[in-house]
Write a protein that binds this ligand. Structure first.
Ligand code: ATP
Ligand code: SF4
Length: 338
């Protein structure tokens, strides 16, 4: 069951010739209760996609095309909620209750002069006006317990908490209104690896317990493969492959996905040489013609620098945008094939 559907979403920063085309014609779906990982080099557009789908895009970011449709519990018999069409008031009700976000620096956005209890209480005061003070405290205790923090920390100020505990408080806040979708953009990058893993394991257990779906963004491909059900690989603002995490890890279909995976040590099995990807990501003001990966692709052949491959299904659960997997007229006639 699809909970969020992104159709043909494009985002630019700025306008005219100098506009940065950060997200281009992205189609993605998020299923109820799944963890969808977004992978790609720095600057590939992952955060912009996350900001756009939650309507948190800061200026000069502009959504130039597309739709974001929410099929969760607030959708009515009239159909899904058109997220991009929500009024500011509707958006305030939608955020936190239906979709919440945990960003990398979230732990630093706690108010330094308010206790944990006051800050959790603020969420309820803003969104659950009929909640009594006693119920707010009770619910705040439950939430701290949920994320593995002792209830006596309710009276603590942020400076009295470790980075890991502050990030757990942010996760508690994100879960306070039991949203159906939690977007986690580099949620643990600022923390040491042990705390990082503890928090992610906790988050995934909570996901099983509470049933929310997660959009998970991290630079660490190993973590992404381990914690995601499905992965979408993003290059130059486009989704170039999506598939179940295990399938991508076992045999990526897109040369860029392979390059990305070969830039990280293997999780299991035999050691493999780390090869990396030659060259650098393109300037998103001037994306290369044809397949945007062609200047760096070890498998590029004749049509790649001219014709843009579409994201097409390769079997039931996988899709990729690469001419290697489709039969172009030129390949059929054998011109330039390698
Ligand atoms: P990272 O992993 O480093 O966070 P990312 O994949 O999330 O990178 P984005 O941060 O979404 O990528 O950036 C996508 C593109 O948009 C990049 O080329 C970036 O330089 C550009 N960009 C992001 N924010 C702005 C902005 N405020 N103004 C102009 N360009 C921007
Ligand atoms: Fe490489 Fe061509 Fe496939 Fe692009 S379309 S990834 S350049 S083989």
């Amino acid at each position: 069951m699809t909970v969020l559907e992104i159709r043909d979403l494009s985002v630019d920063y700025g306008q005219g010739d100098d506009a940065v085309h950060a997200v281009s014609s992205v189609d993605l779906t998020l299923e109820r209760g799944e963890v969808l990982g977004l992978a790609g080099e720095s600057g590939s557009g992952k955060s912009t996609l996350a900001h756009a789908m939650t309507r948190l895009l800061p200026p000069p970011g502009v959504i130039t095309s597309g739709e974001v449709l929410y099929h969760g519990r607030r959708s009515s018999s009239d159909g899904p909620v058109d997220v991009l069409g929500l009024t500011p008031k509707e958006l305030r009700a939608f955020r936190w209750s239906e979709v919440s976000v945990v960003f990398q620096g979230a732990m630093n956005s706690l108010n330094p002069v308010s206790t944990v209890e006051q800050q959790l209480g603020d969420v309820f005061r803003a969104h659950r006006r009929d909640m009594t003070a006693a119920r707010r405290t009770e619910r705040s205790r439950e939430l701290l317990d949920l994320v593995g923090i002792s209830a006596d920390r309710l009276s603590a100020y942020p400076h009295q908490l470790s980075g890991g505990t502050r990030q757990r408080v942010m996760i508690a806040m994100a879960l306070a209104l039991e949203p159906e979708i939690v977007v986690m953009d580099e949620p643990t990058t600022a923390l040491d690896v042990v705390v990082q893993r503890q928090i992610l394991e906790k988050m995934m257990r909570l996901r099983e317990q509470l049933g929310f779906a997660v959009v998970f963004i991290t630079h660490d491909i190993s973590l992404l493969v381990e914690f995601s059900d499905r992965i979408a690989i993003v290059y130059a603002g486009r989704v170039v492959e999506q598939a179940p995490a295990r399938e991508i890890y076992r045999a990526a279909a897109h040369p860029y996905s392979r390059g990305l995976l070969n830039s990280f040590p293997a999780l299991h099995g035999e050691r493999r040489p780390l090869t990396g990807i030659p060259g650098s990501p393109p300037d998103l003001r001037h994306v290369p013609s044809g397949c945007p990966f062609h200047p760096r692709c070890p498998s590029a052949f004749d049509p790649c620098d001219q014709d843009t491959p579409a994201l097409v299904p390769l079997g039931e659960h996988r899709s990729a945008a690469c001419w290697l997997h489709t039969t172009s007229p030129r390949r059929r006639s054998g011109v330039g094939a390698t």
